[in-house]
Design a protein around this ligand. Structure first.
Ligand SMILES: C[S@@+](CC[C@H](N)C(=O)[O-])C[C@H]1O[C@@H](n2cnc3c(N)ncnc32)[C@H](O)[C@@H]1O
Length: 236
């Protein structure tokens, strides 16, 4: 299988643990105690549930939170299987330290166990970019992992053939994430499997600069797709 063949037709409902969030976003959990964080496009990640144990309030947001827990559990099963098969076929595209699908399934189990009670207390909120159901400056920190850039079209450096996520969707989504943040917005990863810079990264940084936003590309510890070792940090 070539690099071009590692692709998705849909955005998978697949998620990671708090340890991976720490690596993807260079988080320092002690500094986040008492803070309010948005995890947008959170999927079945365990970040919100596990952060609560560290006295950090994380609100997870995803369009699929309109669905019930049994439907989400079956999506997790189907999509984990799909990711597993694709990663086995394209192993050379991933870092040797890649966290296994089996370990990620444990994180997704933590999410599923927390989902119903968490939804009742407002930890899981249904919502979709580019228009989020939150007021301006509602969060100290806003995170968005594994949606923007990576699910753009293969032709511009993403993993999706026929992606609905245009340049304008990216720009509108980043402006929306900035609207709800008091400090900064962090995006990971910044590319698909081509190990080259995404076509839209610098144009987007330039467009945001026109509105006065300072963006930085920062190295992070996450080891997933080879070459995807940076996040975008945009200061509010
Ligand atoms: C691959 S998962 C990433 C989950 C988690 N952030 C992580 O990195 O482990 C991508 C998620 O984006 C969600 N999604 C799809 N379209 C979206 C949109 N327009 N706005 C926000 N999230 C969206 C999907 O439902 C899916 O759960």
């Amino acid at each position: 299988m070539t690099k071009q063949e590692f692709k998705f037709e849909n955005v998978v409902f697949f998620g990671r643990s708090i340890d991976e969030y720490v690596s993807m976003f260079d988080l320092h959990l002690d500094d986040l105690k008492g803070k309010r964080v948005l995890d947008c496009s959170a999927g079945p990640s365990a970040f919100a549930a596990q952060a609560a144990q560290h006295d950090i309030t994380v609100i997870a947001c995803d369009p699929r939170y309109e669905l019930d827990v049994d439907t989400l559990a079956s999506l997790v099963d189907d999509h984990a299987e799909e990711v597993q098969q694709k990663q086995v076929q394209s192993r050379h595209l991933f870092h040797p330290q890649l966290v296994s699908v089996a370990e990620r399934k444990l994180a997704m189990k933590t999410f599923l166990q927390d989902y119903e009670s968490g939804k009742k207390i407002g930890r899981y909120v249904a919502g979709a970019l580019p228009k989020l159901p939150f007021g301006g400056r509602s969060f100290d920190l806003v995170l968005c992992a594994n949606l923007l850039f990576i699910y753009s079209d293969v032709s511009v450096g993403g993993l999706m053939h026929g992606s609905p996520f245009t340049y304008q969707f990216h720009l509108d989504s980043l402006r929306e994430l900035l609207r709800v943040s008091r400090q900064d917005v962090r995006i990971y990863p910044l590319q698909g499997t081509d190990v080259v810079e995404h076509d839209w990264l610098h144009p987007i940084m330039k467009d945001l600069a026109k509105s006065g936003y300072v963006s930085q590309i920062r190295s992070v510890d996450q080891r997933d797709i080879i070459g995807a070792e940076e996040m975008l940090r945009i200061l509010v």
